[in-house]
Design a protein around this ligand. Structure first.
Ligand code: NAD
Length: 485
């Protein structure tokens, strides 16, 4: 199918996409909401697709990146996808059950009933990015399929080998009316986001999300936007600095910083800033003693992103920042063709620098001083609401203050990224870092229509008071209902 979709000609693309959507919608209307067995069968087939092709998927991702750590692909793409699917599979029957709701007195005791029925929304579009090209396609699909929907997936053009492999594997595993994969770049993405889906999940950049949201507005398509932003780390005076430095650098350098949840900048007590910087350098060297030929250290996805990171460094240097490059093996990074980018700490950054204005999405980490915890909190609150926030410390009062006084999609205390690995927690941003949520039951509910159902009591007298002609008995009832006396 991808060959047909990738063919040039905007109208061909639109027609083909619209045809797939129409076929899926027709099939869904004919079949009605699929029973648990059908949903489990779809998830089982997807599980088998991932497990049976883990090696080829890791090869394809490595091909796309130039170099991508195989273990990183296995952890964040393969194992994470399996976890989402297995969790959904395990809990599905409980999630699908109608949920009874209370009916106010006296209707409830007279036999009136109310409940929520979770109904599949229908056909759901999924647009995914390149940084975890398998998991960010499959993990939303776990919720989409668990909720009984059909799906169209548009993976990223920046991972052409992975996207082509996913297209082939899905075609072999699913009927096109169950899950269809369409590949292509911005043109296909634009046409895709204009389709009148029953719901659209977009994972990608905040700037692109604005376009997706305005395209979806044409048909009032409900959206889940999974975006990025500048996720802060707050290092408390009560923190174990060695532990914090190791975890911050491990989180920062995973996939060479190309993670939506990567720490984007760290706020450190002013008097500990130099010491923390030294510990971060030691930690990075311990994790990656060499970089160029180290199979654990991933490359930057493409030259454009490597150039962007180089520009952030140049801009910061030209405006007076101190850049501490971490190159423990004293390797030569002169050859840009392999796209390995050395980590660096940036001290003395200001808000005028690009590095403090844009999401970094690479192995650069500004360290910024603070005096009082209130200043650190104010700095976080002065910026767009982030996808994640990290707090390192042992001070319970301060921890509570940070939790209460900042707003972020999620929080991990005393580590990095881990809240996103708990399938039972909602995953998503807030404001410019995203809207809506998925993972576990939260995904099931996001991709279901929570239909309100009410069945009336057979006791006639109960509602008669509220029908005209109104009289004294009605007014008395209203007074009781509204507790007017
Ligand atoms: P991107 O926004 O450039 O691309 C994402 C997808 O959107 C791709 O499939 C692309 O083809 C498509 N696209 C591009 N232009 C489009 C348009 N005009 N209309 C419709 N679709 C279009 O993002 P990216 O560079 O692939 O990924 C990096 C970004 O994604 C970062 O900002 C990162 O923080 C974010 N991200 C967020 C999460 C999350 O779960 N919150 C996860 C991973 C990445």
């Amino acid at each position: 199918m991808e060959a047909r979709i990738a063919a040039p000609g905007g109208d061909d693309v639109k027609t083909r996409l619209a045809a797939i959507l129409q076929q899926q919608r027709k099939a869904q209307l004919l079949s009605g909401p699929p029973p648990a067995e059908t949903r489990i069968d779809r998830m089982d087939r997807l599980l088998a697709l991932i497990r049976g092709n883990a090696k080829s998927l890791a090869d394809a991702v490595a091909d796309d990146y130039g170099h991508r750590s195989r273990e990183e692909t296995m952890i964040a793409d393969v194992a994470a996808s399996v976890e989402s699917l297995e969790h959904a599979r395990r809990h599905l029957r409980g999630w699908m059950k109608d949920k009874r709701r209370g009916v106010r007195f006296p209707l409830g005791i007279l036999g009136a009933r109310a409940w929520i029925r979770f109904q599949p929304k229908g056909v759901i579009g999924v647009i995914s990015p390149w940084n975890f090209p398998v998991n960010l396609a499959v993990s939303p699909l776990a919720g989409v399929l668990a909720a009984g929907n059909r799906a169209m997936l548009k993976p990223s053009e920046f991972t052409p080998a992975t996207s082509a492999l996913l297209a082939r594997l899905f075609r072999e595993t699913f009927d096109e009316t169950e899950v269809a994969v369409v590949t292509g770049g911005v043109e296909v993405g634009t046409a895709f986001s204009r389709l009148p889906f029953d719901h659209l999940v977009f994972t990608g950049a905040t700037g692109v999300a604005r376009k997706v949201m305005s395209a979806a507005a044409e048909s009032l398509v409900p959206l889940t936007l999974e975006l990025g932003g500048k996720s802060p780390v707050i290092v408390s005076r009560s923190a174990d600095l060695n532990d914090a430095a190791l975890k911050v650098m491990a989180g920062k350098l995973f996939n060479a910083g190309q993670v939506c949840l990567a720490p984007d900048y760290a706020l450190v007590p002013a008097e500990q800033l130099e010491s923390f910087a030294a510990k971060c350098q030691e930690a990075a060297a311990q994790l990656y003693p060499r970089l160029q030929d180290n199979p654990d250290y991933s490359a930057i996805i493409h030259d454009g992103h490597a150039k962007r990171l180089q520009e952030y460094v140049g801009d910061a240097l030209s405006m007076g920042a101190r850049v501490i490059e971490i190159n423990p093996g004293r390797e030569d990074f002169g050859d840009p063709s392999n796209r390995k980018f050395p980590p660096a700490l940036i001290l003395g950054s200001t808000d005028a620098m690009k590095i403090m204005q844009e999401e970094i999405f690479g192995p650069l980490l500004p360290l910024r001083p603070y005096q009082r915890i209130e200043e650190a909190i104010a700095e976080v609150n002065g910026r767009a609401r982030p996808l994640a926030l990290y707090y390192f410390g042992r001070d319970a009062v301060e921890e509570e203050q940070v939790l209460n006084m900042t707003v972020s999609g999620g929080v991990t205390l005393n580590d990095i990224l881990l809240h996103a690995t708990v399938e039972d927690l909602p995953f998503g941003g807030i404001g410019p870092s995203g809207m809506g949520r998925y993972h576990g039951v939260h995904g099931f509910r996001e991709f279901s229509h929570a239909k309100a159902v009410y069945r009336q009591s057979r006791a006639k007298a109960v509602v008669e008071f509220f029908r005209p002609p109104y009289g004294e008995r009605t007014r008395k009832r209203i007074a009781t209902l509204a507790r007017l006396r």
